[in-house]
Design a protein. Structure first.
Length: 149
């Protein structure tokens, strides 16, 4: 997905097993943020930064939805442990990460593996991608500020 593309209507299934659709956010800007894994340091820091600034994001017209390939059970625990006020999509089939082009080969300590590239898509009120914050640009400790700039 690139800037100017229309986001898919069906985004996925949230932690409660409910469908998340783009039309649920009509009239609002959607922060669709992809992250590698629940309860890891960077992902927890990013989620908590969005949680701590959630009221400010909503006041500016944004809604937040997180996406990882973790299960609904993992998401439920992550939300509960960190009191996250926004839904998390359990993209266990990797449909959304592949559609948005954020799934690929990663490397850590010389070990290669497949994973999610931390990427945030800002989708406007009409469902069009208007901004992409790329993995190298994301600062997990101040991600909300990056979105609001």
């Amino acid at each position: 997905m690139n800037i100017g593309d229309k986001a898919p209507d069906l985004l996925g299934i949230n932690e409660k097993g409910e469908e998340i659709r783009l039309d649920q956010y009509k009239g609002k800007k959607l922060v669709l943020y992809f992250y590698p894994k629940d309860n890891t340091l960077g992902c927890t820091t990013e989620a908590c930064n969005l949680r701590d600034n959630y009221a400010e994001l909503r006041k500016a017209g944004y809604e937040v939805v997180g996406v990882s390939v973790d299960s609904t059970t993992s998401h439920q625990k992550f939300i509960s442990k960190h009191e996250l006020p926004f839904p998390l999509i359990a993209d266990t089939e990797k449909t959304l990460v592949e559609a948005f082009g954020v799934w690929g080969e990663k490397s850590m300590y010389g070990h290669k593996y497949m994973g999610t590239f931390r990427t945030t898509f800002i989708i406007n009120e009409e469902g069009i991608i208007e901004r992409i914050i790329l993995p190298k640009e994301i600062k997990v400790k101040e991600h909300a500020k990056q979105i609001l700039r």
